[in-house]
Design a protein. Structure first.
Length: 383
């Protein structure tokens, strides 16, 4: 009886040991599997448009979890030619690389393409490129004459559009912004534009500007400020109106003084009485009382406690190296094993009552009698 009980305990212990070994093997296999590598990461920083005379610049950051083996760069010129580009570092092992290519007013304009190739120690490759537009800067020579005018007088606007090397820009699209609106100004045979505008009638300062849009969609602007003064006719009219208004004001002041002397004295008493009544009414108004506002932070938040409990359970499984699926399968297997042991193995170890023993002996006797009657070898079953 005791031997059978110890056999069940040993069996359960062996099952637990087997589950522990399987879990250990599973965790070790996960740790031994190398993580998936996406290859090197390249972050490029470069301007989209550069004017001649300024350098073409490139800044990049190369990172890789396993280590960078090589970094190479190429430069494609606007005519299709490709040149090798030397990248610089502040010190060896620094993930930051940079390149700077000087340009002048004679450098060919167009699109320059930087191409970067990176390889890590495991042979994974990465590729990136950056396009920069090198264009010419326009210089606008703009003049408004005269800068101080009377309302309605003419103002001459003129100028030139030059490249950064001082040469004229042919077929430049020139737009003038005047107080009356936008006006197109075509170029003459000498590459100059001109326009005659009329100054506004209202005095003040006004800004006029010229805008030129290059074929590379770059906008260049220059402006001048003109001042409009009041005309002589307006000044004479204002002076006449001033004299007339002064005479009228003196007459009105004399009339008001005479009327004030004949006003009754009781009006002052009536005004003071009305003021006192108004103050009494305002004093009878009860002050409003603001209700206290309960801060949301003081309310009880059950969802926060639930999230903390879930986070604690997740942390326990991660520290123990167990997955949720393996834990559930182990618990189900253990439950089935215990049910089998209780229903089959351990029940046999319990002592039988006298009634059960007699019932078992009777069944055995009847079974033997039936075998003696039916079996041809019944003689072997006799006592």
């Amino acid at each position: 009886m005791r031997q059978r009980g110890w056999t069940g305990v040993v069996l359960v212990a062996l099952i637990f040991l087997l589950m522990f070994l399987l879990q250990a093997v599973f965790v070790a296999s996960e740790l031994a599997t190398p993580p998936e590598r996406d290859g090197p990461q390249i972050d490029l920083t470069a301007p989209a448009v550069v004017f001649r005379g300024e350098p073409l610049t490139l800044d990049l950051l190369v990172t890789d979890i396993s280590g960078v083996d090589s970094v190479e760069a190429l430069l494609k010129l606007p005519d299709g030619e490709t040149k090798s580009l030397h990248l610089r570092q502040d010190h060896y092992g620094d993930p930051a690389y940079y390149a700077k290519i000087p340009t002048t007013v004679t450098t060919k304009t167009g699109t320059y393409t930087f191409v970067i190739f990176v390889t890590d120690v495991y042979g994974n490759n990465a590729y990136a490129e950056s396009k920069q537009l090198l264009t010419a800067r326009y210089s606008l020579m703009f003049k408004a004459d005269p800068l101080t005018v009377k309302g309605g007088e003419a103002v001459a606007l003129s100028g030139l559009v030059l490249f950064d090397d001082g040469s004229l820009v042919p077929n430049a699209a020139v737009t003038l912004q005047t107080p009356a609106g936008k006006v197109s100004a075509p170029l003459d045979s000498n590459g100059m534009f001109s326009y005659l505008m009329t100054a506004p009638e209202k005095e003040g300062k006004y800004q006029v500007s010229v805008q030129v849009l290059s074929p590379d969609e770059q906008l260049f602007v220059a402006s001048e400020t003109i001042e409009v003064e009041a005309s002589d006719v307006v000044n004479n009219m204002e002076s006449d109106v001033g004299v007339t208004s002064a005479a009228g004001s003196e007459a009105s002041m004399a009339t008001d003084t005479a009327a004030a002397s004949t006003a009754p004295l009781d009006s002052a008493y009536e005004e003071s009485e009305s003021v006192l009544q108004g103050s009494a009414v305002s004093a009878s108004v009860e002050p409003s009382v603001e209700q206290a506002v309960v801060s949301p932070a003081e309310s009880y938040d059950e969802s926060a406690l639930t999230s903390v409990s879930v986070a604690s359970a997740s942390a326990f499984f991660s520290l123990a190296g167990l997955s949720v699926g393996s834990t559930i399968s182990g618990l189900v297997l253990l439950t089935i094993l215990l049910a089998v042991l209780v229903g089959v193995g351990w029940k046999k170890d319990q002592p039988l009552s006298r009634k059960d023993l007699l019932h078992r002996e009777m069944n055995t006797y009847l079974w033997k009698r039936w075998l003696q009657r039916e079996s041809p070898n019944s003689r072997y079953l006799k006592k």
